[in-house]
Every structure is written in C-alpha cells, then in structure tokens.
Design a protein around this ligand. Sequence first.
Ligand code: NAD
Ligand code: LMR
Ligand code: MG
Length: 474
Amino acid sequence: MRLESGTSVILRVEMDKQVVTFGELVSLIGRQGGDIVAIDVIQPGRKTEIRDLTVSVAEPSIVETMASAVREMKGIHLVNVSDRTFLLHLGGKIQIRSKVPIKNRDDLSRVYTPGVANVCLAIRDDINKSHSLTIRRNTIAVVSDGTAVLGLGDIGPHAAMPVMEGKAMLFKELAGVDAFPICLDTKNTEEIIAIVQALAPTFGGINLEDISSPRCFEIERRLKETLDIPVFHDDQHGTAVVLLAGLINALKIVGKDIRDIKIVVCGIGAAGIACTRMLLAAGVTRLVGVDKEGAIHRDIRYDNEVWNEYARVTNPDNEKGRLAEVIEGADVFIGLSRPRLLSNEDVRKMNPDPIVFAMANPDPEISPEEAGSYVRVYATGRSDFPNQLNNVLAFPGIFRGALDARATAITEAMKLAAAQAIASIVTPEELNEEYIIPSVFNDKVVPAVRRAVVQKAINDGVARKVPSDFRNLD
Ligand SMILES: NC(=O)c1ccc[n+]([C@@H]2O[C@H](COP(=O)([O-])OP(=O)(O)OC[C@H]3O[C@@H](n4cnc5c(N)ncnc54)[C@H](O)[C@@H]3O)[C@@H](O)[C@H]2O)c1
Ligand SMILES: O=C(O)C[C@H](O)C(=O)O
Ligand SMILES: [Mg+2]
C-alpha cells in the first residue's frame, strides 16, 4: 500500500476476548509507534468483537511493521488495513444525479413517456439536435484500456478505473464538464475503435486516456477521421500543451531561446511523441529522444514505425547511447517515462541553468532532493511539489471550449492557443523558478483556455456554434 507521511490508517480487527484484552492491543500498537485516535465498534459480541481502530502514524513505514505485529498477536485477526485514500474510493468517486425532480404524474409524463417521445422524434428528424436536447451537450467519455496508467504501465481496465473516475471529477469540478469513465476490457485496436465509434451518439467528445503507444496513435487517428465530435488523447495533447506552457515560461527565467537549446526527451511513448511534435512546431531544433534502448537514431530500423519517423525528424547529430550519455550538454530534460531514471550525476552533465521537467507519475524521473540546487527550474506532474506540470491544466478548459463551440475537432491551433493561454496567466512579476505554471486551482486557467480554444475553433471553421459571449464582438 502506498501511504503519505503523517497519515492515518484504519485497522479492522476481530478480537477473541477470551484470549486477548483490548488494552493489550492498544499498548502493542503504541509500542509500534501508532497513536489510536478513534475506535468504532463494528460488530459487538460477548466472545468476539470487530472494531475499527483509526491509527495515526508519523512515518508510512511504521504501518507495515505495526500491521505485522498486530497480525501475530494471539487472539487477534487483522481483517484489513485501509488508509483515508482507500476509504475515499469506497463505492467509487462519482455518481449520476437527475437535473429535475420527478414528483408527480405530470413530471413523469414529461421526463419520460409520453412527452419524451416528441423529443426523440425531433432528434430523429435532425440528429444535430442531440447536441442540445440530450446529455451530449455537456458530456464526454473518458476512455481507457488500462495499458499505460500513469507511470504504472499496463495494470488493466479494472485497476485503471480510479484514475478515470478521478479525471471525470476534475472535468466536473474544474470546468463543469460531465465526464463518464469507460474502461474497456480489450487491447485490440480495431475493437477499441469500433466500440468508441458505437458509443459516440451518447457523447459530445471523447477523451482517450492512458492507452499505450503505438496503438494510441492509430486509435486516435481513425476515430478523428470517422467521428464528428472532438477526439483528444489527453496523455499526448494535454501533456504537450502544458509542457509547452511550462517551457515558454522556464526559458524566460534562464534567458535562453527555444531555437538554440538542446532538449532530451526520455520516454518516447504517447506523451513523449506528442510533446516532441509540439516542441518541434514551437521552433526547437536540437532534440534527442531516449527510450529503454537509448537514443532514437537513424542507424536502426525500428519495429515501431512511429519511432522511424521520430528518428527522421529529431536528433540532428544522430547521437547514440544511453540517457547518461546524451544528456551531456542538454539545456532541458523532459521525462515522460518511469520513476527514478535520471541521477544527480546526469543533471551535472547538463548545460548551466538546467531545466528539468520530470513528469512521470506518480513518481518523477528524479526527485527534488536528487535534482539538487544545480537544477535551475524543476517541475513534476505532482501536486505536492511546486511547478505542477500536469495535463489537468489543459484538458478541462480545452473540452469546456470544445463543447461550448460544439466543435467537430480539436485542431493544432486550438492546442497551441491553449498553451499560450496557460503560460500567459503567470505575469512577469510573478514568474520565478518555483512558479512557472499556474496552479490547478487558479480559477483563471479554465476560462483563459476555454476562450483561446473557442476563438481558434471559430477561426479554424470547426465550431458548429458560436457561444453567446463571442457573439456581437467588434
Ligand atoms: N505530468 C503529466 O501531465 C503527464 C501526462 C502524461 C503522461 N505522464 C507520465 O509520462 C509517463 C509516460 O506516459 P505515456 O502515456 O506516454 O506512456 P507510454 O507507455 O505510452 O510511454 C512510456 C514510454 O516510456 C518508455 N520507458 C520505459 N522505461 C524506460 C526507461 N528505462 N528509459 C527510457 N524510456 C523508458 C517506454 O518504453 C515507453 O515508450 C508516465 O509516467 C505518465 O504518468 C505525465
Ligand atoms: O493523470 C495524470 O495525473 C497525468 C497523466 O494523465 C498521466 O497519465 O500521468
Ligand atoms: Mg494519463
């Protein structure tokens, strides 16, 4: 179990009262470094009793040793150990609620039959009306197959669900978008495409999430071609938007030009490839991609066709070798791979004023302690360090804008404008090493991204509707 420090856990214990007293259990927990802060009797009994003990611990490591000691105690059966995070997940994190009450027959006949039939027929006659007369107007699907969940890898569709529920919460809380998590029990590209196509009438947009590369590219491309609602692979484009926003601001601090710097991108998967594309579009010329086998270069023919294309457009000096070698002389490190791949020794080989964006979740490629003071600007994808570079800064506002404009697609210009909008929220007076990117909780982010996205959707001709705040503007 992953635990935060200074956390509290709940031990559910079944006690055989003929063998052990509660006092003995309390003192054992105390000796192990646990502080019992609450006791709930779950199932009282004369012989055996089940109790939940809320125990506060200073260090996560204490939990394991304390649990083993409790487990070994005669007369005690440790039913389970759960922390607050687990409890928050009981029964899932979201629910569906009606917008109108059904209190009488009249309500019933309008929300359901017979009244509803006229609405159905209106949509049959003009399916565009589904965007205004159904949940499509404000609902998107968050679709995953569980193959690249955070940096945890292929943990399967069931295990992916808490992340997808979390994404749905972020959509709702930050941008008022209703998002429904859908985890598919298939890794088959064709099946995923067919399923999402079949689901499309229910939704105003599709957010693909945590689908591993290279399948994610084909899935997104084909869905974009065939659907008339926006399809957006968040790990690719959401990440690229936020990364560019962060880089624009970090470069202002170190006074370097995007066209002169050397960037090393570690992890050439969904996020790494999309970020590379966006960086090249933004003017980067010296970029080397590194994956498990080392630098991606032009002297190898890769099975992954996307990497062959990657080798063609990156690595101008055709550098070879492992991360520890190609990091030499880099100005920027961008990690979109796995935890703990970059060492302090590696960052010391970088040019002065290095920028390190260690974006693997939940643990970055290098911790802030390991990065040390040599790194000038350090950012991660996490919320518990400064400079959170996380796609959550992008996807809520992007879909808010796309839904409001009833967009048919999310174009390159819409993404670029979103990146600039995010970067511009940090004013020159505010900008510093620990503040290159606005907080997720900065309430200017979603409106700014939405505005930029709607404007570009209109310019690019993908808007089917001009939102009222964009009408009658000079
Ligand atoms: N901060 C953010 O907003 C954000 C957004 C998207 C992804 N991410 C993180 O980026 C990482 C990748 O996500 P993804 O969706 O692109 O997954 P992915 O599976 O498509 O790509 C991961 C890539 O990392 C490579 N890799 C694995 N071990 C490596 C190693 N030792 N050295 C170099 N490369 C290695 C894999 O081969 C793969 O190509 C994850 O940790 C994810 O949490 C962060
Ligand atoms: O979920 C996140 O926090 C970011 C990103 O989508 C990821 O897969 O890591
Ligand atoms: Mg993701």
